[in-house]
Design a protein around this ligand. Sequence first.
Ligand SMILES: Nc1ncnc2c1ncn2[C@@H]1O[C@H](COP(=O)(O)OP(=O)(O)OP(=O)(O)O)[C@@H](O)[C@H]1O
Length: 333
Amino acid sequence: MGTLKLENIRKSFGSVDVLKGIDLDVKDGELVVFVGPSGCGKSTLLRVIAGLEDATSGEVLIDDEAAGHIPPAKRGIAMVFQTYALYPHLTVRDNMGLGLKQAGTPAAEIVSRVAKASAMLSLDDYLARRPAELSGGQRQRVAIGRALVREPKLFLFDEPLSNLDAALRVNTRLEIAKLHRDLNATMIYVTHDQVEAMTLADKIVVLNNGRIEQIGAPMELYNSPANLFVAGFIGSPKMNFVDAERLGHDGVKTIGVRPEHITVDPKSGTWSGTVMHAEHLGADTNLYLDSKEAGLVTIRLFGEYKVEPGAVLYATPDPAKTYHFDAAGKVMA
Ligand SMILES: Nc1ncnc2c1ncn2[C@@H]1O[C@H](COP(=O)(O)OP(=O)(O)OP(=O)(O)O)[C@@H](O)[C@H]1O
């Protein structure tokens, strides 16, 4: 079992309020991703859950038990950091088993748990090596292995992929997804990367400035963002926002439309403009159109779209996929 409940968690450092009342329920076996811009309080929230930081007020419940008085080592939590924090003088095998050894686990049990974790993470060939003899991705797998052998109720990941290059990041992301499926373990994962959040999460918690903006499954957040912040944060390239007054919409403050929900035509359409720039990504083309009606608009087209800067094009947003926001930034029905 590994459930987590947060009740009105607040955390201040001196006069700075970093967490401003966080409520959350994590079910057994769920992979929940905390995502948000730098400084929004993701790591602080993770550290409060781990017990590395005391909440100023509020309650952390692990398996329905208040954890406030339980020291970090006794919470049944294992944490994986972006800096792998491996001991350089120990082998992979000893790095993985050290926590168990310190906890007084019998040697035979350590051997069997390290063997199991090593097999899951394809580390068998590296067990006798020291961290300096491993690649970044392998080191991160050892750090994950060290968490696995403890068989925790809850895994906490703090930006575990941010030190890896792009290709390794994708591989390691797949490994974490597979691990989650195989173990059916409860995992909390912090990242500022919305692609990681979308691809890994059962449930995404979008944080901004110490508060939760929205909680939902990845596609729920993509299809039904609650407000401007979530609409702008989830999805890449970012949703276009146009001042509604400019488009003559009464009672609406902002109109939002995603780049992938706009079509273009050389002859006719809703908005007309000149192409500022075209980015050819291979599978897609991103067009930046400076339009008379809506200002600068990003358009994402499937495949290669041949066009020169300065060309005149017409853009038409899909009305069924257009969002209306009120003056407070909330989405309107
Ligand atoms: N020990 C501390 N003392 C004072 N302020 C702190 C402390 N730890 C964090 N903060 C502040 O709290 C805010 C949230 O920090 P936190 O590390 O949780 O953000 P984050 O969302 O994880 O950001 P990042 O993505 O950049 O890691 C920041 O403004 C930070 O400066």
